[in-house]
Design a protein around this ligand. Structure first.
Ligand SMILES: *Cc1c(COP(=O)(O)O)cnc(C)c1O
Length: 574
């Protein structure tokens, strides 16, 4: 049994327990575990009020509120309670169970959502896991103790005996302290831990003062545990950095794309990493119209996404029809939620994801006059934006405002360029936007996009990706054949940052001289690229392939260890 630990997990589009890529990936991964019958159990936290519910005011400010949802409608209480001493207080933790059913309905995976929101705890303790990522400092530390240590102890209480603990991003790394407490042997601990690192931005790693961690956990484990797992090797003796904690104590560490492996090896100097490029769950992310299309022409695609190379053979007429139906849904959504009056036949670009500095969400609007000139010469351009920013992210808030202001400026000048912003980006909106646009735009600062997955979802639905050559796209991009790159193609080991001006010129240049001409004057060639996007990308960039690589590259040695341990009479669940 593999225990899959993650801070956020998107198991259901109606359950707001996620903020972005990490949570979506976790949900897709567990779905593939269920489909491929990988023995696994998920551990995450129950975010009672979600991340943030977004509204945009008339002046372009993000208005943030909590997302209430009915827990018992989707999850079953286990009624199991454990106690963890945190900062001298016994904190009672319970878990709700969500069942992820396999696509064929013949298997399921349990995901446990942990929460301290029980009557045994004082009001302040009950609130620790109310909102995802909103609070830092000691509250974040308590959340991560509940996730890592609470999760470990909860699995014990539920009678699971996992042979491997998969730490997905370092938030749950404190489970290593629990393993050390129980096993008292660093090599044995290491053989049980695998770690996937997800961010190439060291400033984003969770760090806590050692004295705070020790204070918080003094009732749980002694000083010796910390010395064994960390202290001896620490450069900065005052700080516990969870990414370093995980990397030093995991048998296998993987990055989430080939490029990210090199970027991470630079950060974690002296460590060698493997990589398993992220994926998406191909059935979850196929639009209803493409589902019908694939089922008609590609029998078996749901069980085996490899077969999606067969998109090449779908007749153009049927293929375009599915796209037009998706586009109609999108245009209706935009025109009912905003006053932008989009037109279904006009070329439409989508840019939707979390809004934060390195994603450069508003880059394409940096020179609105140029954009209007291009549209004047080559044909109308519509751009739909969506995305939430962390309520304290001043750069993100400013980007939303600038999109809003630029949209106003453009609409006062022309009808040839139209801008819309859809509020409250979530899984449901993502499905509509990424299957309904003609081009998916993604322009983060290189090399900061560890993988990225939204372009995979667009490609699966026949929408070409137009993206900075970073993360997964550096592996997938066939220029002008299945999409387009933005900026130069860097060497795998090139860690230089992209240049905003160079990337912007490339976006405008390719729009004007490649993409718009194809769309408006040579649509049959545009369809070729759409079909290549699906047929060349969907067979590989999916979580079925990703999970298969996890099994061979990460889990197999653990499975063998488990057999050996069982032979010696030890306890371990396969
Ligand atoms: C896929 C997805 C993401 C991740 O998008 P990236 O562009 O890869 O960062 C974020 N939010 C939602 C709702 C998604 O569906």
């Amino acid at each position: 049994m593999i225990a899959y630990f993650v801070m956020e997990c998107a198991v259901d589009s109606r359950v707001p327990t996620y903020s972005g890529g990490l949570g979506i990936l976790a949900g897709d991964t567990i779905q593939s575990f269920a489909d491929l019958e990988v023995p696994a159990v998920g551990i995450t936290l129950l975010w009672k009020n979600g991340f943030t519910m977004q509204k945009i005011s008339n002046d372009g400010s993000q208005i943030d509120s909590v997302q209430e949802w009915d827990i018992e409608k989707y999850m079953q209480p286990t009624n199991i309670k454990i106690k963890i001493p945190i900062g001298g207080k016994d904190v009672t933790i319970t878990a709700y169970k969500y069942l992820v059913e396999s696509t064929a309905g013949d298997n399921e995976i349990d995901v446990y959502f942990l929460t301290p929101d029980v009557p045994e705890n004082d009001p302040e303790t009950r609130k620790i896991c109310d909102r995802l990522y909103i609070e830092g400092g000691l509250t974040r530390l308590k959340q991560e103790i509940i996730l890592g240590i609470g999760g470990y102890e909860m699995l014990k209480a539920l009678n699971y005996r996992p042979f491997l603990y998969h730490i997905n991003e370092s938030h749950s790394a404190l489970l290593i302290a629990s393993l050390m407490k129980d096993m008292e042997d660093l090599n044995r601990v290491k053989s049980r831990v695998v770690f996937t690192t997800h961010t190439p931005i060291p400033a984003a790693f969770d760090k806590f003062e050692i004295k705070d961690v020790k204070n918080m956990l003094s009732g749980y484990c002694g000083e010796k545990v910390f010395n064994d797992i960390y202290m001896e090797k620490l450069e900065d003796k005052d700080e516990l950095n969870l990414s370093w904690l995980a990397i030093k104590n995991a048998k296998n560490v993987v990055a989430v794309s080939r490029k990210h492996k090199f970027v991470s090896e630079h950060i974690f100097e002296g460590y060698k990493l493997k990589y398993v490029t992220n994926g998406i769950h191909h059935v979850k992310w196929t639009s209803p119209h493409h589902k019908m299309l694939f089922t008609k022409y590609i029998k078996g695609w749901e069980e085996d996404p490899d077969l999606l190379r067969g998109v090449s053979c779908i007749p153009d007429g049927d293929f375009v029809e599915a796209h037009i139906l998706c586009k109609e849904t999108l245009i209706e959504t935009i025109n009912s939620e905003t006053d932008s009056s989009f037109i279904a036949s006009d070329f439409t670009i989508g840019m939707a994801k979390r809004i934060t500095h390195y994603k450069r969400n508003n880059l394409i609007l940096a020179n609105p006059d140029k954009l209007m000139d291009i549209a004047e010469r080559k044909g109308n351009i519509q751009i739909v934006f969506a995305g939430k920013t962390h309520p304290a992210d001043t750069d993100g808030l400013a980007m939303i405002k600038s999109i809003h202001d630029t949209a106003k400026y453009i609409s006062s000048k022309t009808k040839k360029v139209k801008i819309a912003f859809l509020e409250n980006y979530n899984i449901h909106k993502a499905n509509i936007i990424l299957s309904g646009v003609d081009l998916w735009l993604n322009n983060p600062t290189r090399p900061l996009e560890a993988s990225g997955t939204s372009g995979m979802k667009a490609s699966l639905n026949g929408v070409p990706n137009f993206s900075v050559l970073d993360g997964w796209w550096l592996e997938a991009c066939l220029e002008g054949i299945n999409g387009w790159g933005i900026g130069p193609r860097p060497a795998w080991t090139d860690l230089s940052y992209s240049d905003d001006i160079q990337d912007l010129n490339d976006i405008y240049g390719k729009l004007e001289f490649n993409i718009l001409d194809l769309y408006y004057k040579n649509y049959s060639d545009y369809i070729k690229i759409m079909k290549m996007a699906a047929s060349s990308i969907a067979p590989h960039f999916n979580t079925h392939r990703m999970v298969s690589e996890y099994v061979t590259d990460l889990y197999l040695t653990g499975i063998i260890m488990c057999y050996l341990e069982k032979e010696k009479g030890g306890v371990c669940d396969l």
